[in-house]
Design a protein. Structure first.
Length: 355
């Protein structure tokens, strides 16, 4: 695990308890991208514990940590982040944050459900406030979930992928076989099949049972991607955190015209060297959600356990711009995507129901 402290040193005793483990950490916190000083300093400490991997994963962890940095820059709060090199770090990292006196601690990812770590720590520390991204509340009085209807934007991505594909074979795979991953994949498959139903053009979706088993095995992610390319897929949607880089490598080496879809953040922006093979990205806009929660608490609002749910309607999830592919996506398809988005928002289209 690795500690990142902004603006002040936190409870020395608490952080000292994890310092001995820091030598095994990897990565570094994202650099601040805002200039100048915060508008005002406030005696509020916002903390976060990452899912497996670093804050610099260009994906899930970094998007969440970005909310803390935004709060530091714009609200003047103090922030602290601990990286988890494995699931075994979750409990000690969360406990360290409690002991450091964090006003709120964000747990980043569904994996905090393993061995009931999140709920156990919350129940053991009833006076602490926790926010669980991709989590839930099982009756805890101090645990707020942040959830996303990721099937919505993934459905749009599936339709777009099917429309863009020349082979009419598209692929997807997941980091782990967990609900927070498979919901993307199911929405993607249903969107592609919706295109098939509307146009009468058969579309094959490969990879619905392809999982890496974690979010770090680039070798296996590349092998899965290569297999899908061999099967004819010319659009691949990796739902596997930073492992999209392995898919990009497989696409480059294939020498073909395949493209990929980014996940969580706008990959064409965060990694511009991949913009020429990134059709769009399915954004889970965690940065704003994390910032909003911190802002409310820093402004004096009482902590509540009502879930924050990101949807197409509240812009909590969306497709990124088409970037370098904008002129390759027809106006007809763009209009259709707007229609589908409206249908999902008004409830006439269920992205989790097979067409």
């Amino acid at each position: 695990m690795k500690s990142f402290t902004r603006k002040r040193a936190l409870g020395a005793a608490a952080i000292a308890g994890v310092a001995a483990l820091m030598l095994t950490a990897c990565g570094a916190a994202p650099e601040d991208d805002a200039s100048g000083s915060p508008a005002a300093d406030t005696d509020f400490l916002a903390c976060a514990v990452s899912d497996e991997g670093s804050w610099n994963d260009k994906s899930f962890n970094e998007a969440a940590y970005g909310g803390l940095v935004k709060a530091e820059d714009e609200l003047g709060v103090e922030i602290q982040g601990l990286e988890s090199s494995s699931g075994e770090d979750f409990e000690p990292n969360l406990t360290a944050m409690v002991e450091a006196g964090c006003d709120v601690t964000f747990a980043v990812g569904f994996n905090f459900s393993i061995n009931d770590v999140m709920t156990n720590v919350a129940n053991d520390n009833p006076d602490a406030h926790f926010v669980w991204i991709d989590g839930w509340n099982s009756g805890e009085t101090n645990l707020k979930p942040i959830q996303y209807s990721m099937a919505e934007s993934s459905f749009l991505a599936g339709y777009l992928a099917a429309a863009y594909s020349t082979t009419k074979t598209v692929g997807t795979y997941g980091g782990m076989d967990i609900d927070a991953v498979t919901v993307f994949m199911k929405g993607f498959e249903n969107g592609a099949k919706y295109y098939e139903k509307e146009t009468g053009t058969p579309v094959t979706v490969v990879g619905m049972t392809d999982f890496v088993g974690d979010f770090e095995n680039t070798g296996l992610a590349k092998s899965i991607s290569e297999g899908q390319l061999t099967a004819g897929a010319d659009v691949i949607f990796p739902v596997a955190g930073g492992l999209f880089t392995a898919t990009a490598e497989a696409i480059r080496e294939s020498g073909g015209n395949a493209v990929m879809l980014g996940v969580d953040k706008d990959i064409a922006v965060t990694q511009p060297e991949l913009a020429d093979i990134t059709l769009t990205s399915v954004e889970k806009r965690m940065t704003q959600a994390v910032f909003d929660v911190i802002q409310a608490l820093a402004d004096g609002e009482a902590f509540d356990i009502e879930p924050y749910i990101g949807t197409l309607a509240n812009d909590g999830t969306a497709l990124s711009s088409f970037g370098e592919f904008d002129d390759k996506v027809s106006d007809e398809i763009k209009t259709k995507l707007d229609e589908l988005k409206a249908g999902i928002i008004d409830g006439s289209i269920d992205p989790l129901a097979a067409p």
